[in-house]
Design a protein around this ligand. Structure first.
Ligand code: SF4
Ligand code: SF4
Length: 342
């Protein structure tokens, strides 16, 4: 939600945006137009990475306003294929696979088992697994310029998860956690269960099983998903987890505040040429290499699909975070680190 009363029209959001990078006066003027509901190129050019919600020094959530204007004006153009995929996600077959009594549940949303071999091993042993269209978190609608679908869908999403009877639900997908924490609060939807981020679950598992961990002594670059802009407070837990498994997260330009989109949101837009998307992806990967990373670690399965082969081609071994933890626990990754054997 955009908080107009907090906005000082400083322009920081559009100046710091890596994709727009407006000069100060233009940034101030265009943001004013957004507030006033006047036409501005921002609505067509913004790639919906949500980063400016973190850039705003006042906590006004500028992206939420941009996204609303994108929907109102229809100036944000996405491919029919991306729109179709969003609609299809809710229609996917749903399943609740009961686990062992006393163990929490994990929701995979519609993307958790996109990658073969990922939901395997001791980390997932005995958990109740929830997945499919009924449990699609819908926050992805922001990336096709339709945030009203997020508001429309949140109650049903929470109700469907509640119907499983689980009291604690681990969110494998970062988007689900953003929806259940930030968005639920924003729209006044109460949760009858506790959402636990996968990073918190992994950290606590490793802490409780320290004797099983063999430190990896690896330098990695982290690909932060866009949804993490809504719940950045958990980043400290991620650093704790990396330390526990002996992984150094290289300090680089395109991480944390400076993180870049994996290219997935841009690929959905009709006005971003393929070469431009590749340029951004290469900047990201080269930044990782330049800072000494030997592997690229992902949290979001969609970021994996977008970047794993490109990372591998640059000699950055791709891993989804849970697989990196499995490696530290001495498990064999039968399908590679990121669901593909190269
Ligand atoms: S959401 Fe991302 S692309 Fe859009 S204005 Fe904000 S920082 Fe720029
Ligand atoms: S939304 Fe935030 S960063 Fe953007 S102009 Fe307003 S106060 Fe400045």
């Amino acid at each position: 939600m955009f908080y107009e009363e907090k906005c000082t029209l400083c322009g920081e959001c559009l100046m710091k945006c890596p994709y727009l990078a407006y000069p100060e006066e233009k940034a101030k003027a265009e943001f004013k137009k957004l507030i006033e509901g006047k036409p501005t190129p921002v609505t067509a050019e913004c790639i919906t990475c949500a980063a400016c919600n973190m850039f705003c020094p006042e906590g006004a959530n500028p992206f939420d306003l941009i996204n609303e204007r994108q929907e109102e004006t229809g100036t944000f153009k996405v491919t029919d294929q991306s729109l179709g995929m969003m609609s299809m996600a809710s229609q996917l077959p749903s399943e609740v696979k009961k686990g062992k009594p006393g163990k929490p549940a994990i929701t995979l949303c519609t993307v958790g088992d996109f990658l073969p071999g990922v939901i395997e091993g001791q980390l997932f042993d005995g958990l109740t697994v929830i997945k499919g269209g009924d449990y699609f978190c819908k926050i992805g609608w922001i990336h096709v310029g339709k945030p009203s679908e997020v508001k429309k869908g949140i109650k049903a999403f929470v109700d469907d998860l509640a119907k499983t009877g689980a009291k604690e639900i681990i969110c494998f997908h970062d988007d689900c956690y953003a929806m259940l924490t930030t968005k639920a609060k924003e729209f006044g939807v109460k949760l009858p269960f506790k959402p636990i981020h996968i990073i918190e679950y992994l950290r606590d598992y490793v802490k409780a099983n320290k004797n099983k961990v063999k430190k990896l002594n690896m330098k990695i670059a982290y690909q932060q998903p866009c949804a993490s802009r809504y719940t950045f407070q958990k980043d400290k837990m991620l650093d704790e987890l990396f330390k526990l498994i002996g992984v150094e997260r290289v300090k680089r330009e395109y991480d944390k505040m400076g993180a870049l989109c994996c290219g997935g949101t841009m690929a959905a837009m009709v006005n971003v040429p393929k070469e431009k998307i590749e340029e951004w992806r290469m900047k990201n990967l080269m930044d990782a290499k330049k800072h000494g990373a030997e592997a690229m670690v992902f949290l979001c399965p969609l970021c994996v699909l977008s970047l794993r082969s490109r990372a591998k081609a640059q000699e950055l071994e791709p891993y989804i975070l849970s697989n990196l933890v499995r490696l530290a626990l001495g498990e064999e990754l039968t399908q590679g680190g990121a669901g593909k054997k190269f």
